[in-house]
Write a protein that binds this ligand. Structure first.
Ligand code: COI
Length: 353
């Protein structure tokens, strides 16, 4: 058991009334823990949410030594507070930490930290359909030093944001731009890690896609620029001729917790689900032959996000009839039903705080 010191705010904020958007509003508290070489992780605490003061020379500002995670808490109709597979985020955080030379955080401590701060701010969990308390755990390198070397001090923090849908489209299909110029990651790089650099790297293509009227960028592999990777804020699935396919984990894409859960559900339902290489030519061909039946993204923030339009160079592939497909809808209903306690949890994914 971690000895977490809790200091509550003397000035609680007003809870939001109107639409939440995503990641714009923050709760009253945050979790903080320090790392110092020779001491390990120490001084775990829940404190009032506030700005923090750091040296402008901190390693994180110059060389991006950081990792982050994304999780959600839900309030069930029974009044319980639930997390969804938090141990998977704790494991993945350490995969990212190892890649970034950040000291690992014992998995039970990671989960305890998340539970502690969510418990304190549990009355911030929104309950309207499609909303949740988004949880952002992250570690930053805090040595004030301009040489390129792993920091010897770090901060692990967890902040909370009551949020609605990640995309303004909600469950309406989004348009996605298949990027044929910039690349996101290559094998041997850090594409599988959740770290700011991967997202900074995506911004130029995202601006280009937005300017052309698309919501997000779908990345191709960094070598041949033929094989589908991921969307950046989500993993991607295609239903082609009755089978569901998603790019296999190849070292350059993120091993999504929602991705893993969707594969388990599909297999449970007897819907063929393959993890393999998928070329953009295969998609174009499937669409031409009327076999590209559904496309959807999966992610903690995005949950299940139907894709209605995919652009690749001069081709624009239209998918479905402008609504969410039946398999995507069933997955959305099941995942969110399990997360919020409305459905039974045969896989033991829900964790009560
Ligand atoms: C998440 O789905 O939690 C993520 O971290 C994606 C993020 C870029 C919003």
């Amino acid at each position: 058991m971690l000895d977490i010191k809790v200091t509550k705010t003397a000035t609680p904020k007003e809870k939001p009334q109107g639409p939440l958007g995503f990641g714009k509003i923050f709760t009253d508290h945050m979790f903080v823990m320090n790392y110092t070489e020779g001491m390990g992780w120490h001084d775990p605490r829940v404190v009032p949410f506030s700005d923090i003061s750091l040296s402008p020379a901190c390693v994180v500002f110059h060389y991006g030594q950081e990792m982050f995670e994304g999780m959600k808490a839900y309030k069930g109709a029974d009044g319980e507070t639930y997390l969804f597979r938090p141990e998977k985020n704790a494991q993945r955080a350490n995969e990212s930490n190892k890649r970034l030379c950040i000291p690992e955080i014992p998995e039970d401590i990671f989960v305890e930290a998340v539970k502690a701060v969510v418990k304190v701010d549990e009355d911030w969990i929104p309950t309207a359909e499609g909303t949740s308390l988004y949880i952002r755990p992250f570690v930053i390198a805090t040595d004030a030093f301009l040489g390129v070397a792993p920091s010897k001090t770090y901060l692990f923090m967890v902040i909370l944001s009551p949020s609605g849908a990640y995309y303004s489209e909600g469950l309406a299909p989004v348009g996605i731009w298949i990027e044929d110029d910039y690349v996101r990651a290559v094998k041997g790089g850090m594409g599988y890690a959740k770290t700011g650099g991967n997202y900074a790297c995506s911004l130029a293509a995202q601006v280009k896609a937005h300017d052309a009227g698309f919501s997000q960028v779908l990345w191709l592999d960094g070598v041949e620029r033929r094989y589908i990777e991921e969307v950046g804020a989500m993993n991607i699935f295609f239903k082609i001729d009755g089978k569901v396919v998603t790019p296999m984990l190849n070292g350059s894409i993120l091993p999504g917790v929602t991705r893993n859960s969707v594969l388990q559900l599909l297999r449970e339902w007897g819907i063929p689900a393959e993890e393999r290489r998928i070329s953009v030519d295969e998609l174009l061909e499937a669409q031409k032959n009327g076999k590209l039946e559904e496309v959807f993204g999966t992610g903690t923030a995005a949950v299940i996000s139907p894709v209605g339009k995919l652009r690749y160079k001069d081709d624009v592939m239209t998918i479905g009839d402008g609504g969410i497909g039946p398999v995507s809808q069933k997955i959305y209903d099941t995942i969110t039903g399990i997360q919020t306690g409305k459905l039974a949890d045969p896989f033991g994914w829900r964790v009560t705080i």
